[in-house]
Design a protein around this ligand. Sequence first.
Ligand code: EPU
Length: 439
Amino acid sequence: MVERFYIKGGTPLKGEVQIGGAKNSVLKLMAAAILAKGESKIYNVPDLTDVEIMLSVIAQLGAKTSYNKEEKSLTIDATDITNVTASYELVSKMRASFIVLGALVSRCKEARVALPGGCAIGERRVDFHIRGLEALGAKIKIESGYVHAKASKLVGSDVYLDIPSVGATENIMLASVLAEGSTRIQNAAQEPEIVDLANFLNTMGADISGAGTSEIIINGVKHSDLHPIEYTTIPDRIEAGTFMTAIIATKGKGIIKNIYPAHLTFFTDKLLKMGANIKLLDPTSMEVSCKNRLNSINFVTQPYPGFPTDLQSMAMTLLTTANGVGIITESLYENRFMQVPDLNRMGADIHQDRNHAIIKGVKKLSGAILTASDLRAGASLVVAALMADGNSVVEKLHHIDRGYENFESKIRLLGGKIERKNEDSPSNLTEGTHNESYL
Ligand code: EPU
């Protein structure tokens, strides 16, 4: 069976949408929960395949886990961590699970975690993670595709990151929570998810300051100082940015609820420059609308607080029909323009040269059969299909399901014409025809 979205474009999205908890935060909070003995509870946990995979990884280590779909809460009882190996079978399904390396070394002084390898969007090395752990005194061997880290004790140290890597900052933070003395991470990542992880760990009894700046100090505490906690995950800024884009792209008007607008400042600023209307309604909601054709802009993706790479494909979709020419430079990943061929098949005029994309705005896109190649490229094609004339089919939905909870239900609540079908035959959309009948 193949799952597909059938989308009829051209309906302005209108209404309200509730944003869920941040995928890229909750995965790290789950790893952090194994540091303290006892049962921690995390709220605002989205029901995503990535969360499911992380639950399997944590369970493999010996923790007892359960997810409550109605309450969107997760309990992790880490009284006993009986295994220090995270298998290739699981880590290869989701590279973010590599984060258990720091937590295991911290708590058990040993970890065997499969190397995740590259992925569709780039090489995605883990050398900074490993160098950081070595600086704390861990002895690391790479054997048979696994990182084997061992330490009789970890001692705080200065760690300088060549790039403010999100994952490396998090792994080093986790590893140093129980180290002897102080660790200073310089050129640390400043993403809101890093602040969320530091807040989680501090609530648990850790001593971390500076999260959200480029220098983070972790003063080691004793294991007996840590205790299980209850904690609520921050909202997903990338899901919020995706819905802002979808509303603007379809010339709609909607309210994005349960967000922290400050986490989206750079993206919001660019949308305003393009001509969208964005109004802060209260501290956790924004109204977004757009009536006229947007203007083109140029931007470079950068670590937070710069333009988020995870929203680059959404902005590209907006630029396809904007007035003028826009240039995007992708500075974080080698291969994050995978939506380009499909956007061009819809009638866009995009020329890609290595990590630059030149987008000449056209009047309109038209529906086509599209393939999600990764999570964010896939979501941006759904947005493109919603704004296009005619019908589209989007395939390989498992990529989108990794990071968007109830994506099509939320779009439908805003009036978008989208349906998920589970089929054992080729899609019944014939490109180049109107196909009015299937929705
Ligand atoms: N890098 C290295 N060596 C390292 C670590 C990173 O060369 O040891 C490079 C990477 O290859 C990449 C750049 O540094 O080119 C940035 O990578 P970073 O470590 O910051 O990214 P990450 O932690 O692997 C997280 C998010 C990504 C998001 C990036 C950047 C999670 C689970 N993933 O990845 O989210 O794009 O930060 O903001 O937190 C997504 O949600 O679709 C997604 C890919």
